[in-house]
Design a protein around this ligand. Structure first.
Ligand code: SF4
Length: 388
């Protein structure tokens, strides 16, 4: 008898079976036409320019396809997600319609992980899960379908090497983001810094000007248990959450390098500072493309994607440096030509802005985060044309 596979990290070879479903849910003929037409579309008083790189990345495509293949392979079994497979509400809703359920707790579903058994399937999301959670599922004996993106696993390999060589992993990321939580769980010692301002505080500490109590208060949720800034900042290995703002990550890394040199001298720093850029290529390509779009002098730019999506938020930040930029979730965000609902740049707040659509002939930029289906982009474009 064939031995059952308990952890599956290769797809099931059912791509042809699931392709029609994927096309039906996520594909867009309009976006295909836009690509063929040099990423431009003229519609009445609007000229719409689509970024050259946008939407689904390789990791997200793989994770979604994998989830669909899992449903096809185990048609009669219970299948669960530990939380959102990626940060896009449309995709998560589609999976729930296929009876792929969320677990309770952070997943928000009704079935507890404690109730899982050997017959159940659990899908790990594209951003991975903390190592403790993975072990729990393994102990229960359920089949684990691992869709963790290869780019996330390369951050984990980097952290492993820092562990081996006695370096503290300093991660530019958001401590409560799933990917960063998964990465931190693999580090013996870690500190997460979310931006330049926090990096500045760490640099001051390294250089001997910090306040220990204040430091521990600021980073209490963002460091490993028992973190000692007097000892654990002596040797730093730098990495990033894959979806951070690339230019900020580079600046932060340089700040740390400078502080280590100031404290220990230029010769010693090689043994005390390591840096590896772990921003994934899909994130970088989308950030570069929105910069290119901004330089074309748009009147406004739409950035489409889930409000929890880190990479979408960073695209909106970049776009807002050029012109008004609206981070919208889907077509329903364009309430009317008078009102738009959108996420505030760099914050969690959802705003309703009036008089947002300029009069006359306008150039509109359009991009989307790595977890946004083309179908959602199409719907936003159609709604915009309808109300303009
Ligand atoms: S954004 Fe990057 S790391 Fe995240 S799933 Fe896509 S390719 Fe992978």
């Amino acid at each position: 008898m064939e031995k059952p596979e308990r952890t599956v990290s290769q797809k099931f070879g059912l791509k042809d079976t699931v392709q029609p479903q994927l096309e039906k849910s996520y594909h867009s003929p309009l976006i295909d036409r836009l690509r063929q037409n040099g990423f431009e579309l003229k519609a009445g008083r609007l000229t719409i320019y689509l970024a050259k790189e946008f939407g689904f990345c390789y990791g997200v495509e793989r994770a979604i396809e994998y989830a669909y293949e899992t449903r096809a392979k185990f048609s009669n079994r219970r299948i669960f997600l530990t939380g959102e497979i990626i940060h896009n509400p449309r995709v998560n809703a589609e999976l729930q319609h296929m009876n792929i359920q969320f677990l309770s707790g952070s997943g928000g579903g009704t079935v507890s992980a404690d109730a899982l058994g050997k017959e159940d399937i659990v899908i790990m999301p594209a951003f991975g899960v903390p190592v403790e959670a993975l072990r729990d599922f393994q102990k229960k004996g359920c089949v684990i379908v691992d869709t963790t993106c290869g780019s996330v696993m390369s951050v984990w390999r980097r952290v492993d090497s820092y562990n081996r060589d006695g370096f503290t992993s300093v991660i530019h990321g958001k401590y409560d983001h799933e990917e960063t939580r998964a990465t931190c769980s693999r580090a013996f010692k870690y500190l997460v810094v979310k931006d330049r301002s926090q990096a500045e505080q760490v640099c001051q500490y390294i250089e001997g000007f910090g306040n220990r109590g204040l430091f521990l208060e600021v980073f209490k949720k963002a460091c490993s248990a028992g973190f000692d800034p007097d000892h654990d900042l002596e040797k730093i290995g730098f990495a990033n959450q894959t979806t951070m703002l690339s230019r900020e990550s580079i600046e932060i890394s340089e700040m740390f390098r400078g502080s280590i040199i100031k404290k220990h001298g230029p010769d010693a720093f090689k043994n005390r500072f390591r840096h590896f850029d772990t921003i994934c290529s899909a994130t970088q390509d989308r950030q570069d493309a929105v910069l290119e779009l901004g330089r074309k002098k748009m009147n406004l730019i739409f950035v489409i994607g889930g409000y929890k999506s880190s990479n979408t938020g960073h695209l909106a930040e970049i776009a807002s440096g050029f012109c008004p930029a609206f981070h919208v979730e889907d077509a329903s965000s364009l309430v009317s030509s008078e009102m738009i609902r959108h996420k505030k740049i760099g914050a969690q707040e959802i705003l309703e802005t009036t008089s947002w659509l300029p009069a006359g002939e306008i150039k509109v930029g359009m991009t989307a985060g790595a977890s946004t289906p083309n179908r959602v982009i199409e719907e936003v474009i159609e709604k915009l044309i309808q109300i303009a």
